[in-house]
Design a protein around this ligand. Structure first.
Ligand code: NAD
Ligand code: UDX
Length: 452
């Protein structure tokens, strides 16, 4: 079977590479309008950094996995077409700052209608507002001239940094479709693809609306756990309780569970905020303001946590960071990814630049160009320097901020760092990654999140 995926991003690339790798009988072509991205997928320097991704791509690329900008041919030849394009928060017009921007989705639907010659199964892989399948179907059928289109929802639950492990061994795969004979047959076709490596009992099938809404709901629940523990972290700091101890104590209750209770500088990434805003917008649209307000609280708490961290740095450094060098270790939104979308580091750096701090930033995987773009600063800007390593960033610094939980930060020589810093040497661990007592023994004034 021929499979096409429109959108060669963080989801389309790894997901399709895994399908190709696991299903040698299928030919998978990933297409994108971004030539540079496709060139990178065809090179040794993939556009996405993910542990294990290189191996999976290399195993299948050129045999049954292809990356191309020839969108029309790939659509025409495919039986199943995944749509995995970006669905960012709208920045203009009605719903700006809240609703999902579906213009890329609509362009894909119109392109599929335009170039398809036979029946197609169109799969929503992008995260979409519930009932988007209806719009896609109307566009396709209005232009179908006798061809049949089945729309399936197959949201992706991979997390960046662990994408390959998540794809290889997913908790579940979700496929939603019309509950008609043709819809059920389409569902079965997609289920058969995943059954190539995923145990059948982990492949859930639902109606299309449940599947679309389950994705937004899953992300809202996950983010809600982080905001809940972050809210408690503020109370811990006021009361000498320790948030990691609290998280452990509540997480051993099997009804609560231990995962996603790590207090932090706030959640980032391209999904959580965007998807909750989308949920909030949908709730308002359907006349449910109380439900909208409930979920909005998750975002409000996350914003509070990011700004609270920056304010704490300023107040601890004698209420001024003006002209003080501050080392920022980590810029990605989590470890093991080069992705910075909505990273908490962006907001914390911006707050500190506003206070005229001189930032020296180091991240193992994020490029200088990306950091400058995110902070909207040029190379001439005196407030931002990008460093080659953590030691260069911390030289003569007044404070060190840990903003991403990269493993290599645990192995740093903190005595060496302390010896080259201004005194008193402050360290703010925004990920509760380090042993604060050991740091204090070296001489640091070390603070974590929610640590009394
Ligand atoms: P991305 O921005 O990395 O990639 C999207 C790609 O689509 C881009 O390369 C873009 O050029 C391409 N594109 C846009 N319009 C196109 C068109 N008309 N024709 C061809 N290509 C087009 O986005 P992503 O992170 O891969 O996310 C894609 C979707 O998956 C989003 O809806 C997102 O919410 C969802 N999702 C993302 C993650 C994640 O961890 N990043 C996880 C689960 C779900
Ligand atoms: C998330 C969902 O986990 C995934 O299922 C979905 O498909 C896409 O969105 P992702 O954003 O890639 O994945 O990473 P995730 O591991 O969820 O982390 C998101 C943010 O929350 C990161 O900034 C991370 O550092 C933060 N986080 C996560 C915490 O602060 N504490 C935690 O306990 C867990």
């Amino acid at each position: 079977m021929k499979i096409c995926c429109i959108g060669a991003g963080y989801v389309g690339g790894p997901t399709m590479a895994m399908i190709a790798h696991k299903c040698a009988d299928h030919t998978v072509t990933v297409v994108d309008i971004n030539q540079a991205r496709i060139d990178a997928w065809n090179s040794d320097e993939l556009p996405v950094y993910e542990p294990g991704l290189d191996e999976v791509v290399q195993a299948a690329r050129g045999s049954n996995l292809f990356f191309s900008t020839d969108v029309d041919t790939a659509i025409r030849e495919a039986e199943i077409i995944f749509i995995s394009v970006n669905t960012p928060t709208k920045t203009y017009g009605v719903g700006a700052g809240c609703a999902a921007d579906l213009r890329f989705i609509e362009k894909c639907a119109r392109k599929i209608a335009e170039v398809s010659e036979g029946d197609k199964i169109v799969v929503e892989k992008s995260t979409l507002p519930v009932r988007t399948a209806e719009s896609i179907k109307r566009i396709l059928l209005a232009n179908s001239e006798g061809r049949d289109f089945q729309i399936l929802s197959n949201p992706e639950f991979l997390a960046e940094g662990t994408a390959i492990a998540d794809l290889q061994n997913p908790d579940r795969v979700l496929v939603g479709g019309d509950q008609t004979p043709a819809g059920l047959a389409a569902i079965q076709k997609l289920v058969d693809v995943y059954a190539g490596w995923v145990p059948r009992e982990r492949i859930l099938t639902t109606n299309v609306w449940s599947s679309e809404l389950s994705k937004l709901t899953a992300n809202a629940f996950l983010a809600q756990r982080i905001s809940s523990i972050n809210a408690i972290s503020a109370l811990c700091e006021a009361t000498e309780a320790n948030v990691d101890e609290v998280a452990n104590a509540i997480g051993t209750d099997s009804r609560i569970g231990p995962k996603f209770l790590k207090s932090s500088v706030g959640f980032g990434g391209s999904c959580f905020q965007k998807d909750i805003l989308n949920l909030v917008y949908l709730c308002r649209h359907f006349g449910l303001p109380e439900v909208a307000d409930y979920w909005q609280g998750v975002i409000t708490m996350n914003d509070y946590q990011k700004h609270r961290f920056a304010r704490r740095v300023v107040s601890t450094l004698f209420n001024t960071v003006s002209d003080k060098k501050i080392a920022v270790l980590g810029f990605a939104f989590k470890k093991d990814t080069n992705d910075t979308r909505e990273s908490a580091a962006i907001y914390i750096c911006r707050d500190l630049i506003e206070e005229q701090a001189k930032l020296a930033i180091y991240d193992p995987k994020v490029s200088e160009a990306q950091i400058r773009q995110d902070l909207k600063v040029t190379e001439e800007n005196p407030y931002v320097t990008i460093c080659e390593d953590a030691y260069a960033a911390t030289k003569d610094a007044h404070a060190v901020l840990i903003l991403t939980e990269w493993d290599e930060f645990k192995a740093l020589d903190f005595k060496k760092i302390y010896d080259q810093m201004q005194l008193p040497a402050f360290l703010f661990d925004g990920r509760n990654l380090l042993d604060l007592e050991q740091l204090a023994a070296i001489g640091f004034e070390a603070r974590g999140i929610g640590q009394g």
